[in-house]
Design a protein around this ligand. Structure first.
Ligand SMILES: [Zn+2]
Length: 114
């Protein structure tokens, strides 16, 4: 499952950040997951519970904020929220010259450590 590799690299990331900050423990992990990032938040949470055991994040809680897909239209120069899963057309003018400006990725926002 894709989420396993996401979680294992997330934990590696957290371990590195904790080390850099001379922290001995991670208490909370705040994540932002884009609707179109390809990461399933529920599966990620479940994988995290398995993977965190024995790691510096063993007692950490995982907080996830879901981010909707936001589009920017080259034609009408407006940004808007995608309608459903239609990411290829501007909902305002119908142009297909659009770019996804939000909701495409998973971000590690913040760690709480001690
Ligand atoms: Zn448009």
């Amino acid at each position: 499952m894709h989420e396993f590799s996401v979680v294992s690299s997330l934990l590696e990331n957290c371990e590195q950040i904790a080390k850099d900050n001379q922290a001995s423990k991670v208490l909370a992990i705040h994540l932002e997951i884009g609707e179109r990032s390809g990461v399933n938040a529920d599966l990620l949470k479940r994988a995290f519970l398995d993977f965190k055991i024995g790691s510096i994040c063993e007692d950490a809680e995982l907080f996830i904020r879901l981010v909707k897909v936001k589009l920017f239209c080259e034609n009408c120069k407006q940004s808007s929220q995608a309608v459903g899963i239609n990411y290829t057309q501007c909902p305002l003018c119908g142009s297909s010259s659009i770019a996804i400006i939000e909701g495409n990725e998973m971000l590690l926002l913040r760690l709480e450590m001690e």
